[in-house]
Write a protein that binds this ligand. Structure first.
Ligand code: CA
Length: 507
């Protein structure tokens, strides 16, 4: 090697190392079905999430972060690609295929020298591309002794509780890296997805509390055709056995994968805990159906919150690791869910609708090098905006076909630029939620349902934050309705959603 070449190589390495140190590490922790209503950083009185709250305490808490398709796989596909479902091809969980050869912000970061990984739940198949390392749950994954598949194609059944395992893998990967290159890790939690199986050590953490019923728990869905036909009600669709673990017999319980996969020692703890729940159930008089619905609601909340405790403790371990290794200052950490979730509002569990509880998702961001104190952000944001924002922060050019809008300005302490939110939900299966698309400007929301029901809805969130009063074709709102129609058409065009345009034009 001649001297000149050695010198050039030395300079290039020095620049890349210097640059490498400046560029932030990125850790995105994405949970599943975790509701902002149960996160204490959002003021929840019913849920306690001290570790998740640490991210908001040192950074930004987004009060108006939204998803473009409120469902597990589609939400993660959009996070990764910065594109709407009709562009990245993953529209629904039941029939879609995610083509991993397409571009993603992680691939762009990797090309720019980042070390990259996805660990835990992704729900987009098991042949990922663009990651130095991946180790993902198969589809939904299991809470106990789950199967994982890694980038070598090896399938492995891991021993233990899923939130502990993904955390251990995440810390293990970060520990394996040299510190010369920045890294981007996405950590996907299975919790708090149905059917809400906590680590047995968290049994009792939220028991005996009296959770107040949301005031629209007994919604009659008047004026809302799609809401009338859904099958996601706590009262009639939440199952006593599958969801609330009151099985008639041990044999029935053993048919459930989360139960039969457990070690016998965990199964014993589950049997003992739910035997007491069953005894309580059997001691009650449920001749009034409302009594049964309310009992189910209390049990749903208890199981859900206990599962969240198991996850929150593990998120704390990742934050502790960053602190201990001196990585916290230059590591941008995002905590988010793949969408919001109903905690009994409208009488529901599950997600899917463009109504606020499932359209909005919890999201917070910490980046101590640039953000020095906690701040609540009320600017509109979509999770497809994360991809271009991460690229901008890393000094990487944003591909022109990414549809998200960077919110780097918000991180710099300035006002966000996003004015409208466009949404499109496709799945036409479980829970019987009619496909729909719509637009929101933060105050007004216009929704077009199609396929199962053929209807429009219009809401004024300032006056009706619970979305109980459909204003579509209300003469007083004629002008606003026309304006929102224009905005919807504008978004459909801008996002190039041909399927929505056909339906819109035929209306
Ligand atoms: Ca989900």
């Amino acid at each position: 090697m001649n001297k000149a070449f050695t010198f050039i190589l030395f300079c290039a390495l020095s620049i890349s190392m210097l640059y490498g140190q400046k560029r932030p590490n990125i850790v995105i922790i994405i949970s599943d079905d975790h509701s902002y209503q149960t996160i204490s950083a959002y003021g929840s009185k019913i849920g306690s999430t001290p570790n998740i709250d640490r991210i908001a305490k040192d950074g930004l808490l987004f009060n108006r972060a939204y998803v473009n398709n409120s469902l597990c796989g589609p939400s993660r596909a959009s996070l990764l690609t910065g594109k709407y479902s009709h562009k990245n091809g993953y529209k629904e969980n039941e029939k879609s295929h995610f083509e991993h050869s397409q571009n993603s912000f992680v691939k762009e970061l990797r090309k720019a020298g980042y070390r990259t990984s996805w660990i835990g739940k992704q729900h987009l198949g098991d042949t990922l591309e663009g990651f130095d390392y991946f180790d993902v749950l198969i589809n939904q994954g299991h809470y106990f002794n789950p199967n994982f598949k890694n980038q070598k194609g090896e399938m492995k059944r891991e021993k233990g509780y899923v939130s502990d395992i993904v955390t251990e893998k995440a810390i293990g990967w970060m520990e394996s890296l040299d510190r010369e290159k920045p890294f981007c890790m996405i950590l996907g939690h299975k919790a708090t997805h149905r059917e809400w199986n906590p680590d047995p050590q968290d049994f009792g953490k939220n028991d005996g509390k009296k959770f107040p019923l949301p005031d629209n728990f007994y919604d009659n869905y008047e004026g809302r055709e799609a809401a009338k036909i859904q099958e996601m009600q706590v009262s009639k669709d939440m199952k006593l056995d599958y969801d609330l673990k009151l099985f008639k017999s041990e044999a029935d319980w053993m048919k459930e994968s989360n139960f039969f996969r457990m070690d016998e020692s965990d199964r014993e703890k589950y049997r003992s805990y739910y035997a007491k729940v069953k005894a309580d159930f059997e001691s009650r008089d449920f001749s009034d159906p409302k009594k049964l619905a309310e009992w189910k609601y209390q049990r749903y909340m208890t199981d859900y919150l206990n599962t969240a405790e198991s996850m929150d403790r593990n998120i704390g371990k990742v934050l502790d690791y960053l602190d201990e290794k001196g990585l916290a200052e230059n590591t941008l950490v995002i905590y988010m869910s793949d969408q919001g979730f109903y905690m009994g509002e409208h009488g529901w569990f599950d997600k899917r609708f463009m109504y606020e509880e499932s359209f909005r998702t919890p999201m917070m961001l910490r980046y101590p090098k640039h953000i020095k104190k906690s701040k609540k952000v009320n600017d509109l944001l979509m999770t497809i905006d994360i991809a271009p924002t991460m690229l901008e922060l890393a000094g990487v050019a944003v591909p022109s076909d990414m549809q998200g809008e960077s919110f780097e300005k918000i991180i710099e302490g300035k006002e966000g630029a996003r004015k409208q939110l466009y949404y499109h939900y496709y799945e036409d299966g479980i829970h019987n939620v009619s496909p729909h698309f719509g637009v929101s400007d933060g105050q007004y929301k216009l929704i077009r349902f199609y396929n199962k029901v053929d209807s429009w809805e219009l809401y004024d969130l300032k006056k009706d934050s619970k979305e109980m009063n459909n204003l579509y074709n209300n003469a007083k709102y004629a002008e606003k309705q026309a304006e929102m129609m224009r905005k919807l058409k504008e978004e459909i065009k801008k996002q190039d959603d041909a399927e929505a345009m056909l339906i819109f034009e035929a209306s």
